[in-house]
Design a binder for this molecule. Structure first.
Ligand SMILES: [Zn+2]
Length: 440
């Protein structure tokens, strides 16, 4: 068995790996570098319009040349975050093979393909439910196992190969009280561990946090409290979060308890919420949703007349320059903040230089206008060190490969593996983009 580290071994994001058994290859995820994608749009360039080679040279896309000439039989997608799916419209067509994904993930991929005028690729999309298996060939069978993360329908993928089982664990947290969907399928995970896992591939975004990630239920309580307290003042209240975090958006809407009119603004909010509505994951009757910029403008004119009557949920949690919140903060919209208005960030800053710089700018702009900022009303969707230890003990793999981070965090994951009895260079491997390794 060969494991290919294609992207996600030098930075957080741009995730893409592959496994080869008997001359057949299966790819796992095709993501972009969010940092470079945001940088691209800040420079006025459009991802949709740029070609594969240009995007690779700009570090937006993973470089998959290591797979050229290989027989790729499927692209298997773990969940719908852009750093796991956004490269599909740029890279998938040359492989001409099925793309497997859970329903919400498939809905997002469908929209991405349509945005790139690739309707001809839709026929390759195969929707998988939890527990479903797909027999790809005599070398590969794929099973989707229920996992928890920060987007609906995220999964751990169990790959049955003729050389043993591989588990693909990106991205996940172990949330026993999720507010949307079921807790992880521990029964199935334990069975996999008992059957014998040859190779486990794991994300390691929060490996350096020495704790277990709190449940999304905790974030719901935080959101309820933040909104209750914000409403004590008759000011405008804005809240921003990740557009794909449907569980969080539901909590924000519920926390309002009918007290104010809720308007939801921004193109990506519109995209992800519409996809969730399609699958019955969110009730959109309690808020108004505006994605087009002219609709956003007129909605904000209404907010301007009676700010204390609205709760505005908008894009901009990372301070993205083109987001609704950033534009308001730069005074480019009809609505302008008044002193003592409140902005709740139901998110954390994804720690990349571009995000940190963008958040610095938006927070500075807001503070200059006297806005009260409430940060980190949030819990992470990523496993922390002790969650990773739990999963390693459940799956008990022969070999581990960490990914979805720069070398420092990969090494930190490897040190956790050492604590659990693995040996660096033998049963846990620190890899880099564009390399492969033979798994014994
Ligand atoms: Zn994710």
């Amino acid at each position: 068995m060969k494991f290919y580290a294609i992207g996600g071994f030098k930075e957080v994001g741009k995730n893409m790996t592959a496994i080869e058994v008997n001359g057949e290859v299966v790819i796992f995820d095709m993501g972009v570098s969010m940092e470079h994608l945001i940088d691209l749009s800040a420079r006025g360039l459009e991802y949709e319009k740029l070609d594969e080679q240009t995007l690779k040279s700009m570090n937006v896309l993973p470089n998959d040349t290591i797979l050229s000439g290989k027989k790729v039989i499927a692209i298997v997608i773990s969940h719908g975050h852009l750093d796991h799916v956004s490269a599909i419209p740029k890279l998938a067509k040359k492989y001409n093979c099925p793309i497997l994904a859970t329903p919400y993930t498939a809905e997002i991929i469908k929209r991405l393909l349509k945005d790139h005028n690739q309707d001809s690729q839709l026929k390759f999309l195969t929707t998988m439910q939890y527990g479903d298996t797909a027999e790809l060939s005599k070398n590969f069978k794929i099973e989707y196992v229920n996992m928890t993360h920060s987007i609906p329908d995220s999964s751990l993928i169990a790959v049955y190969t003729s050389e043993g089982i591989v588990t693909v664990g990106y991205d996940y947290k172990l949330d026993n009280t999720p507010t949307l969907g079921d807790k992880p399928d521990y029964k199935r995970l334990k069975e996999l561990g008992n059957e014998g896992v040859k190779l486990h591939i794991s994300e390691c975004v929060h490996i350096e946090d020495e704790q277990r990630t709190p449940s999304e239920k905790v974030a719901r309580d935080m959101v309820y409290d933040a909104i209750d307290r914000a409403y004590l003042d008759s000011s405008a209240v804005f809240i921003t979060s990740f557009a794909s975090h449907i569980a969080r958006i539901r909590s924000i809407v519920e926390a309002n308890k009918g007290r104010r009119q809720i308007i939801v603004l921004g193109r990506s909010m519109n995209n992800y919420i519409s996809a969730a509505k399609e699958l019955g994951l969110i009730d959109t009757s309690k808020f108004q949703l505006y994605g087009m910029s002219r609709d956003v403008k007129s909605a904000l004119e209404n907010v301007k007349k009676n700010p204390e009557q609205y709760l505005v949920l908008s894009t901009g949690n990372q301070g993205e320059p083109n987001s609704v919140l950033s534009r308001i903060a730069r005074k480019e919209q009809k609505f302008a903040f008044r002193k003592e208005d409140q902005v709740i960030f139901s998110s954390m800053v994804i720690p990349t230089p571009v995000n940190k710089a963008n958040r610095y700018v938006i927070e500075r702009n807001l503070k200059e206008q006297g806005v009260r900022i409430l940060k980190d009303v949030h819990v992470s969707g990523h496993a922390m060190r002790e969650d990773h230890r739990d999963l390693l003990r459940i799956l008990n793999p022969d070999t581990v490969i960490p990914m979805h981070a720069e070398t420092e965090r990969l090494a930190s994951f490897a040190s956790l593996c050492e604590e659990e009895g693995f040996t660096i260079g033998d049963t846990v491997h620190i890899m880099t983009d564009g390399r492969y390794i033979n798994i014994k």
